[in-house]
Ligand binder design. Structure first.
Ligand SMILES: *Cc1c(COP(=O)(O)O)cnc(C)c1O
Ligand SMILES: [Zn+2]
Length: 395
């Protein structure tokens, strides 16, 4: 019988590309093999005979309810603002469009700082605290910076945030209010990443840039655990995910593998769909060209800040999940996103981030071509609150 007080079951980090192992007890970034440089994945001991209903009964309704499968060894290091365990809501007044499909939103907009970035940053900042880190830096399209600023304020760590000048002011103001050191950059997130990296190297700051730090992935994977738990340990047929750096898509997929290892779910998987902005749709193009990596694509401003990622660091891992799941990739333009955002607000009473609203257009398109078939259960992930994007929307 497993001691239910056991906290993290993490054993090591492993490179999913070349298989090299790393310790989770020292600071890690990416695979150190110079020919590889892949993102690293956390590995856990996955014991038989754990009954999820027993393990999770009475646990807090935030993502740390899955603490065995999160990387923090000493619970005193957990930095939480109540992130996760967000609701799954069935489509209501828009059901007419969904004809014979069960469609759900998993709504991440109620997370601290208004987006699902809170999950990844909660895990990363907690582990950084455990490892004694005092300065953290990130490039951001907006939401990651706000989340980092908030969790660092709570942890007593200094946050350094590099954000494109063209980001709506609210994303900058929240960073300042949470006490982060904010630098506005004349450029896109890749430019922010380059400058953040120079500063980090010069000052010995720890970088939590998407998938160059191992634990944001672990925080975001809790969406996968929640989807299974909240749907009674049965997975949807299709999951649509707004893909910038791809952390959530990879995390959800990793959670499914872990839960299968635990015997909590079977081997059947949802088909995973990457939804992108046509401003930065390198993954969509690479997927349809059957390539294993993506090119850098940046066609400029999009109202979906979080999707302005010209070339995700983990492009190969993302494309592999899309292929393995028999998934798909689709891009949506700003005009379509804004129309969807308004339609969802007007009909459903929910004000979504443009990134999340994009999924509604993607759903309708995939349904029109019959790629989503009658009777299939579809989960759409709204990743953030529309309240932060009002400057980007014409009312
Ligand atoms: C960051 C972000 C995304 C993209 O998430 P990735 O994990 O980087 O793919 C989507 N939506 C919102 C609201 C975001 O802030
Ligand atoms: Zn490697």
């Amino acid at each position: 019988m497993l001691d239910l007080q056991t906290i993290s079951l993490i054993s090591q980090l492993k490179c999913p590309n070349c298989g090299t192992s790393y310790s989770h007890l020292t600071v890690q970034t990416v695979c150190q093999n110079p020919d590889c440089l892949s993102s690293l994945y956390s590995e856990y001991d996955l014991p038989d005979g754990l009954i999820p209903e027993q393990l999770l009964a009475g646990r807090p309704t935030n993502m740390w309810r899955y603490q065995e499968f999160l990387p923090v060894v000493d619970p005193a290091n957990i930095v939480t603002l109540g992130e996760g365990f967000t609701p799954i809501l069935p489509l209501k007044n828009l059901k007419g469009f969904a004809e014979e499909n069960e469609v759900f939103w998993k709504d991440e907009s109620g997370n601290p700082t208004g987006s699902f970035k809170a999950r990844g940053i909660s895990a990363a900042v907690s582990k950084a605290k455990e490892l004694g880190i005092t300065n953290i830096v990130t490039p951001t399209a907006g939401n990651a910076g706000g989340a980092l600023a908030a969790y660092c304020a709570s942890a007593g760590i200094t946050a350094h945030v590099y954000m494109p000048k063209l980001t709506p002011n609210i994303f900058k103001d929240e960073c300042r209010l949470y006490g982060a050191v904010l630098t506005e950059v004349d450029g896109n997130i890749s430019d922010c990443g380059r400058i953040a990296n120079e500063k980090a190297v010069a000052n010995d700051w720890f970088q939590v840039s998407t998938l160059k730090e191992p634990y944001r992935l672990e925080g975001k994977k809790t969406m996968g655990y929640e989807i299974a738990e909240q749907l009674g340990w049965s997975l949807p047929d299709v999951i649509l995910y707004p893909t910038g750096g791809g952390t959530g898509l990879l995390g959800i997929w990793k959670a499914f593998d872990e839960m299968e290892g635990l015997g909590w779910i079977g081997s059947k998987r949802p088909r995973m769909v990457a939804v992108q902005s046509n401003s930065c749709d390198g993954i969509t193009q690479a997927f349809h060209q059957k390539k294993t990596y993506s090119e850098a694509i940046d066609n400029g401003f999009t109202i979906a800040n979080g999707l302005r990622v010209p070339k995700p660091y983990a492009d190969k891992l993302i494309l592999k999940v899309l292929r393995e799941s028999n998934g798909n990739a689709i891009s949506i333009n700003d005009c379509e996103m804004e129309a969807a955002l308004k339609e969802i607000a007007f009909r459903e009473g929910m004000l979504f981030a443009p990134e999340g609203a994009a999924l509604w257009q993607a759903f309708k398109k995939l349904k029109a071509t019959n790629w989503i078939q009658t009777g299939e259960r579809v989960l759409l992930l709204n990743t953030g609150s529309g309240y932060k994007y009002l400057e980007n929307i014409s009312i």
